[in-house]
Design a protein around this ligand. Structure first.
Ligand SMILES: [Zn+2]
Length: 597
């Protein structure tokens, strides 16, 4: 498993990142005996199914089976490759990695060949530059006046790393000088061409990802020139349709409260945090996308969208709802009164009033229902009534297909609806079923749910069980290997996943290194393999009886080997294939078991 980094480096990174601390950055953990438990972020968890062991330095979910070391957690959680997870955690621990980069470069963006971490460092440098400019008596004056007029405090300015791009077309390019190549500034979207900064005379909002990397910028004009707000262009590091401003600062509170509040503007987020509402994030001048929903779903159970109550705000909210309904997020809507933005509202009305808006937020369906009723009870044209009805039915169907609306509630909805629009409940239900069919199809392509992950194939029958037993014992009582070194070899293992785990395990046992579970996991790149290893360890620990179980299992394996040698019988066996086939046949006979309701 030779990768980009040597094993010693990977182990060092793993040991420098305590798994409890890292998991706690994503999940709120409670102590339970010798372990920590919390809601598993890899499946829809309703009671704490995930345990994290401080002594073993592993995590395991008893419901969905996810498990591994700190590297696997980050790999799965942030959708990274193994080397990317190593880099991310190295950065977190402040470890300089000596990679074999020259011979095997880390994964780069195939189109532009940019190293995202290098871009993040360039952005961090630019952030510093913009901050210095803000403190410069002359260059920062206009921006400081603006910040004062919005009543953004000095603490907030520091906390959010605010800065200014001076009123000169090449200020940044000049400051970069020869030490930062123009190519990098261009790839990061900071410079449009030689001597041409992308951000000129703008208040700068550096944007970080959940781990605090500087990934891009938002810039608000300080004159009347150009668009009011512009963002960094899409780079290998930055995609504004997936990014939420303030996620790094808000995520702990979002996890702790289970609620994420989404607003629309940078200053709205900053002001909310300034007032102590610290679970607030913003979209970056785009409407709320599936990507935002997917990101928030990792941290929040509930999302409250707080928008302006003007027409644009209501329409933006309406669009956002469709997205959230299909994301299995509990979603509610709050409106700031009198056409104010949340930032001004906070300044005028204060923290409690803002919190009341969040607490009193309307249920999605109620919001849609009110729109529908307004269209039918008012003097709206037939066409606009039809649009409203269409929208409402689509929302209900999306919610039902995503299991976001209980069936009972949908019955009540259908009855109420039938009274307003003059169709029978039966007709409405038929329409809903058709829509749900279509919605389900598109939702299947939303592939990041762990529930859809392939279950591990442990093989079947006595032979496979014996292979499993050997690993279960050795993972818990490695010393037992040394009496049986002659008998136990990789060739005993025929089930693919067991053979791979045996390869890593036996290697480690023979090398006489200090044997540890995290040490083994550091040698494994594939998430599914790590999951298998953790599952075997846990099963073995529960069963105990190590010495006798190992003796029995080894004996069974030896006998199988002898039989298969004499009878030339495939040891993995027809047994396994037969069982699999009869399962398939059973499923085919009962197609209704796959039905929707
Ligand atoms: Zn789980």
């Amino acid at each position: 498993m030779a990768g980009i980094f040597d094993h010693a480096a990977i182990s060092r990174v793993q040991q420098a990142n305590d798994i409890v601390d890292v998991v706690a950055e994503h999940v709120s953990l409670k102590r339970k005996g010798r372990e920590m438990v919390g809601l598993c972020p890899f499946h829809e968890d309703h009671r704490p199914s995930m345990s994290v062991s401080p002594s073993k330095q592993i995590f395991k979910c008893f419901a969905c089976g996810a498990g591994g070391d700190v590297l696997k957690f980050v790999q799965m959680r942030e959708n990274l490759t193994f080397p990317q997870a190593v880099e991310r955690l190295a950065e977190r621990a402040g470890i300089q990695l000596e990679s074999r980069r020259s011979t095997a470069p880390q994964r780069r963006d195939p189109v532009s060949d940019v190293d995202p971490n290098l871009l993040a460092r360039v952005n961090a440098w630019a952030t510093k530059f913009f901050q210095q400019c803000l403190n410069d008596p002359e260059r920062g004056e206009v921006a400081r006046d603006y910040l004062a007029s919005r009543r953004i405090s000095a603490e907030s300015i520091a906390r959010w790393n605010l800065g200014v791009a001076p009123n000169a077309v090449d200020a940044l390019a000049k400051a970069a000088g020869p030490k930062i190549p123009l190519r990098l500034l261009q790839q990061g979207g900071l410079v449009a061409g030689p001597g041409q900064d992308k951000f000129v005379h703008r208040l700068m909002f550096p944007i970080t990802d959940a781990t605090g990397r500087f990934i891009g910028f938002g810039g608000r004009t300080l004159s009347d020139a150009g668009a009011k707000y512009i963002n960094s262009p899409t780079t290998p590091l930055f995609d504004k349709s997936n990014t939420l401003y303030g996620l790094e600062q808000a995520r702990h509170q979002i996890v702790a409260t289970g609620t994420a509040v989404v607003v629309e503007g940078y200053t709205d987020v900053i002001m909310a945090h300034q007032f102590g509402c610290t679970n607030v994030v913003a979209t970056l001048g785009t409407s709320f996308t599936t990507g935002h929903g997917r990101t928030l779903r990792r941290y929040a159970k509930r999302v409250v969208l707080v928008y302006d109550s003007d027409v644009a705000g209501v329409e933006a909210a309406n669009r956002a709802l469709e997205v959230c309904l299909s994301q299995r997020l509990d979603i509610k809507l709050g409106f700031v009164p009198e056409g104010k933005d949340p930032c001004d509202f906070l300044l005028v009305a204060g923290k409690e009033a803002f919190e009341r808006i969040v607490e009193g937020a309307t249920d999605v369906l109620l919001f849609k229902w009110d729109r529908l009723r307004a269209a039918f009870e008012g003097d709206d044209s037939l066409a606009s009534r039809r649009t409203a009805l269409n929208e409402f039915l689509q929302a209900v169907a999306t919610g039902l297909a995503a299991n976001n609306i209980p069936v009972l509630e949908s019955g009540l909805i259908v009855n109420k609806l039938s009274k307003i629009i003059g169709l029978t409940p039966r007709e409405i239900n038929a329409d809903l079923s058709r829509r749900m069919g279509r919605v389900s199809k598109t939702m299947k392509s939303d592939g990041d749910r762990r529930d859809g992950a392939e279950p591990l194939d442990w093989g079947r029958g006595l032979h496979a069980a014996a292979q499993r037993e050997v690993l279960e014992v050795l993972l818990n009582e490695p010393a037992l290997f040394h009496g049986r070194q002659e008998e136990i070899s990789e060739s005993l293992f025929s089930v693919p996943i067991l053979r791979q785990i045996a390869g890593v395990l036996l290697d480690a046992l023979r090398s006489n290194d200090d044997f540890s579970l995290p040490g083994l996991l550091a040698r494994i790149e594939a998430v599914s393999l790590a999951e298998g290893l953790v599952a075997l360890q846990a099963a073995g620990e529960e069963k105990g009886n190590y010495t006798s179980r190992l003796a029995d299992a080894v004996e069974v394996l030896a006998r199988y080997r002898k039989d298969s040698q004499t009878m030339r019988l495939d040891p993995e066996g027809n047994e396994a294939r037969c069982v699999a086939e009869s399962d398939g046949a059973r499923a085919r006979q009962n197609p209704h078991s796959l039905g929707l309701l």
